[in-house]
Write a protein that binds this ligand. Structure first.
Ligand code: IPD
Ligand code: CA
Ligand code: CA
Length: 266
């Protein structure tokens, strides 16, 4: 049976993430080429592609048998058949990277036979590295993250992008409005990976998005497993790691209460 040293793999990934972040910081001093993808608010820069290419090349060199899935499309054909897969978002929060030069992250996860083994989310400008290996605890830099404790819905701070409240034709819209009315506060940072790292570290009590892709949430789930966080689709169904879907992560009792009181009861 093939053996993996996940701690060692994490250490290698940390070195690559730090090196990639230096490239990102250096690029902020230059003029960056920006293009749009599916819509005017879906941005991609030359740096998204360059950083993805950097990770692809590292993984092909050091782990040639592993598969690769990245947001910018440099994925292996048939990656879903491979036991071990790296799932990478080279810049999560590209709009922030372009407009604010702040609050963007590199997200790296390694999954083996469907289980999250390594998760890294690096807040480049704040030098905050959230990292975890399955069964070994989750950390923010050197600090071990505590198990998440309970919070009442009316005392909770929820991460949510206001745009999800706009679509009047969707069935989720009234549930969301009700949730927004009942929590203590709503925050939106523009990087799903960072917002879920904030849930793992207790800065937020929950985070909801109605559409995310594997590279947005893969690393965060590894962190959340280590601190007893809950995750599911917005409707409470299990997440499929290689599929885009709605995502709801949170402190355990808060997650349960929202699904029970606001989603299923509506
Ligand atoms: C986006 C960010 C954003 C979230 C979007 C994601 P990108 O990722 O995480 O906060 O609301 O759904 O697509 O495109 O910057 O990698
Ligand atoms: Ca991205
Ligand atoms: Ca993303």
């Amino acid at each position: 049976m093939e053996q993996f040293d996940w701690l060692k793999i994490k250490q290698m990934a940390i070195i690559w993430v730090k090196e990639a972040s230096n490239q990102l910081k250096a690029s902020l001093l230059e003029t960056i080429q920006v293009e749009t993808k599916s819509s005017p608010d879906d941005l991609v820069t030359e740096m998204d592609r360059k950083i993805e290419q950097y990770f692809l090349q590292k993984i092909q060199t050091h782990f040639p048998s592993h598969a690769f899935l990245g947001e910018e499309g440099m994925s292996d054909e048939g990656y879903f058949n491979n036991d071990t897969i790296w799932i990478i978002d080279p810049i999560d929060g590209t709009t922030n990277f372009v407009h604010q030069q702040y609050n963007f992250a590199i997200s790296v996860a390694v999954y083996h036979k469907g289980e999250g083994k390594v998760g890294l989310i690096y807040d480049v400008m704040n030098d905050e590295l959230y990292h975890a290996v399955a069964g070994e605890g989750a950390y923010k830099n050197e600090e071990r993250l505590e198990k998440l404790t309970s919070v009442d819905v009316n005392k909770a701070i929820l991460g949510l992008n206001a745009r999800w409240l706009l679509n009047h034709t969707r069935r989720y819209q009234p549930f969301l409005i009700n949730i927004v009315k009942n929590v203590r506060g709503i925050r939106s940072y523009g990087s799903a990976a960072l917002e879920m790292a904030y849930v793992a570290s207790g800065r937020l009590d929950g985070y909801i998005s109605l559409k995310l892709s594997p590279w947005d949430f893969a690393a965060a789930l590894v962190l959340l497993n280590e601190v007893g966080g809950r995750y599911s689709t917005f409707y409470g169904e299990p997440l499929a790691i290689l599929k885009s879907s709605s995502v709801f992560v949170g402190k355990p009792q808060f997650h349960e209460a929202i699904i029970r009181e606001f989603v299923h009861r509506s």
